[in-house]
Design a protein around this ligand. Structure first.
Ligand code: SF4
Length: 745
């Protein structure tokens, strides 16, 4: 593997970054490919700077070893309270993002047709003047609400402030409607609060871990994988519910290869066993919960025998696993999952998981789900934000009554842009989000883009969406910028962690905070940015925590005492269950009032048509979404994805291991060619692929057209009526072997 003149063998990279698939301890990858004592690399002195990783959202602690303004290597920061000295392969490969020759390097203005990818270079002054002028034009012509904001990630906070100050209520990020939204709503309806990120699951202390579709080990977040491994090493038993024999399933005591879309039936049957056999946590439920009689009456009919006919799991196994949970209670870590938008009934499935967690007495208990510990931080006082004259268009709070108004509904925003109703949306500001990959129904998104008068994309790399932008602004990477510090209240020991630049921004790239603030100045909104530098902002933020900023910057993070279990709680932490009743809501009056089922109910999902497989998708340990495929190191480890099908399906279709096929979905949409992986580790009605491949941007020279994109094949969604999320596991694909003549072949 070669990178910027350095050489590193694949074996060497894996040796340095591997444990449980992809974890590294301190001292990870050196771009020099040779070891040297810290503080001295060849003829150069080096220094270590603490920051945190942004290769994914877990934000593990990083130490960057820097010499002469160049990052030599990234390793885990042993002082980080959550992740210790660990980085995963993606985190270790962050240098290859920093030094990716394909990075966006200077502001650009589109000169060709939308999608053509023709631009001219302009200066930052020109770019920001134009940005501000176009926003003002739209404001004048259509009102400030006509500009929609598509943010993602921690770095978008500054832009969020700017857009609110500009006066638009229309902002939405995929973290809600394409990911965690149903889970947050389902758990909040039950316990009065969601889970947040990072997930507060007490895997290390658990006696029994339950994973429903969550594939820890393939989705690698360092501290989560470590805690999972620790829990198993201490003797925790493991139930894995997954149509695919995942890495986690290979460690399981019970692998339940469920018929896709029937998870609620299994959850109801588990509740049935716990309640009819009276083996739930009676004391906990009596003390903290409301609605047991309604729940008991509801689940009476949902026996394991009933569930067997739906889930295709033996009734006896359902009974056995329910009893195993009861024996381990309350130390049962029923993982709430993260990407939860599957079938459109996702809030109800999350509710069912939350109710089961309550029956086991696991919320706020050791080995179950722990509680956040609030941290009081400081803030600058800002002028009040203007009240938009017109309501938001994405349906949050109205059509989708329980959608988060803070995070919004991306698909609602796209649909309203296409329909130009209730009023036209004419400008999009996209920051840190890949709208073509993360929001399903790509054609719909392209249609929305087509009618825009102004599209600006702030990005690191020339992703496909960049080709459609009128204005492209190149952002500095996480190693070159400050971001909002991480306030990790949902860690067992809460902490605050800084992201700070370890080197100066390369080329003409600029940090997000700078872009937002400069734009604010041009829009006359500088009062919303009352700080001179990000350091000043950091000082204000940590003031009430009484931590030394220099210690924080040196160590990267500072931890505080946690109060993770019910018995640790203080009155100052707020109510234990901040629901309307102050108790756990097994039965939800809120849902009832809104006209939804107050208790979860199984509703059958559509089966694949004859000759088609259900398309399921997931993650690989060495890639993060669609952002990492152009990374020289990670591309070397996994250059493309594969289509997993069962041996039986391979026999039926006549395809063989390694053969390239094209996937065609139920609507006749075809993807790029993809290699087949034949395995006995998947149900015959499913096809699985890792998300994020099949990139269509020629400017991403390494990733271009490698593997296939699951997102391209998601032309159908089932929208969750409670919170607007898009269930995406409702698409079906078949294999085409003669694909030379098909589009994309
Ligand atoms: S899990 Fe890996 S990619 Fe994600 S933040 Fe940690 S080191 Fe970075």
């Amino acid at each position: 593997m070669r990178l910027m003149g350095f050489k590193l063998t694949r074996r060497e990279f894996l040796r340095r970054s591997s444990a449980t698939g992809a974890l590294a301890t301190a001292g990870a990858v050196s771009l020099k490919g040779e070891s040297h004592p810290l503080g001295w690399a060849g003829a150069r002195r080096t220094e270590e700077i603490a920051t945190n990783c942004e290769m994914c959202f877990w934000r593990c602690g990083v130490l960057a070893e820097v010499a002469d303004g160049k990052v030599l290597k990234l390793s885990g920061n042993p002082a980080h309270p959550l992740t210790g000295g660990r980085l995963c392969a993606k985190g270790s490969a962050g240098t290859a993002l920093l030094y990716d020759p394909d990075r966006l390097k200077f502001p650009m203005l589109r000169t060709g047709a939308r999608g053509e990818g023709k631009f001219k270079r302009i200066t930052w002054d020109e770019a920001l003047d134009l940005f501000a002028a176009r926003l003002n034009e739209l404001k004048e012509k259509y009102g400030p609400e006509s500009v929609a904001f598509f943010p993602h990630g921690v770095a978008s906070t500054w832009f969020g402030t700017l857009m609110k100050a500009f006066g638009t209520p229309n902002a939405a990020e995929p973290a809600f409607a394409q990911c965690r939204g149903p889970r947050e709503v389902g758990y909040a309806l039950t316990f009065g609060q969601g889970l947040g990120s990072i997930e507060p699951v007490d895997l290390a202390e658990s006696k029994l871990i339950v994973l429903i579709g969550t594939h820890i080990g393939e989705n690698v977040f360092t501290s989560q994988v470590t805690a999972f491994a620790e829990g198993l090493a201490r003797g925790a038993r493991l139930i894995v519910v997954d149509p695919r024999f995942s890495t986690a399933a290979s460690k399981a005591d019970w692998w339940l290869p469920i018929r896709p879309g029937t998870d609620i039936a299994l959850l109801l049957a588990w509740m049935n066993v716990l309640i009819t056999e009276e083996i739930y946590d009676k004391e906990y439920i009596a003390r903290y919960a409301q609605g047991l009689p309604e729940l008991a009456a509801h689940v009476k009919q949902f026996t394991p025998a009933w569930a067997e006919t739906i889930t295709e799991l033996p009734a006896e196994k359902i009974r056995q696993t329910a009893r195993a949970m009861s024996q381990a209670k309350p130390a049962v870590a029923l993982h709430p999952g993260r990407h939860a938008t599957w079938y459109g009934d996702d809030t109800q499935r999350s509710r069912a998981m939350a109710i089961l967690t309550a029956l086991l007495g696991s919320w706020g208990r050791k080995g179950g789900i722990f509680l956040p510990t609030p941290l009081k931080t400081g803030r600058f006082s800002l002028p009040p934000f203007p009240q938009p004259k017109r309501a938001r268009v994405d349906g949050a709070g109205t059509r989708f009554p329980l959608a988060s108004e803070e995070q919004g509904v991306t698909n609602g925003l796209v649909d309203a842009s296409v329909a130009a109703k209730p009023y036209p949306i004419k400008g999009w500001v996209v920051y840190g989000q890949n709208v073509l990959e993360s929001i399903p129904r790509r054609e719909n998104t392209l249609q929305a883009i087509e009618q825009l008068e102004f599209l600006v994309v702030v990005d690191l790399l020339p992703m496909e969406q960049v080709n459609y932008a009128d204005l492209v602004l190149p952002e500095a990477t996480y190693l070159e910028r400050y971001d909002m510090p991480q306030i990790a209240e949902s860690a067992k020991k809460p902490y605050i962690a800084v992201r700070q630049p370890v080197v100066d921004p390369l080329y003409e790239t600029k940090p997000g905070w700078w872009i937002a603030r400069e734009l604010a100045r041009r829009l006359g909104l500088e009062a919303y940015f009352p700080w001179g530098t990000p350091e000043e902002h950091l000082n204000k933020l940590v003031e009430p925590l009484q931590v030394s900023v220099s210690e924080l910057r040196t160590n990267g993070a500072v931890a505080f005492a946690g109060r993770p279990y019910i018995e640790d709680r203080l009155a100052a932490d707020g109510p234990l269950f901040p629901t309307e009743s102050g108790k756990i809501q097994l039965y939800s009056p809120v849902l009832k009032q809104l006209g939804f089922d107050p208790l979860p109910r199984y509703v059958p999902v559509e089966d694949p048509p004859l000759g088609y497989f259900r398309l399921i998708y997931g993650r690989a340990p060495v890639h993060a979404f669609g952002r990492s495929q152009n990374n020289a190191i990670l591309d070397g480890l996994m250059p493309e994805n594969e289509a997993w099908i069962s041996s039986e399906a391979a026999r039926g279709t006549g395809v063989s291991e390694g053969q390239r096929v094209v996937l065609e979905n139920q609507d006749g949409v075809k993807g790029l060619p993809i290699k087949v992986r034949v395995t006995s580790g998947i149900r015959s009605d499913c096809l699985y692929m890792v998300h994020g491949f099949g990139n269509q941007s020629p400017a991403l020279r390494r990733a271009y057209r490698k593997g296939a994109s699951d997102a391209d094949l998601m032309t159908q969604v089932k929208v969750d009526p409670i919170m607007g999320g898009t269930g995406m596991r409702v698409n079906f694909v078949r294999l085409l072997t003669d694909f030379e003549s098909v589009q994309g072949g």
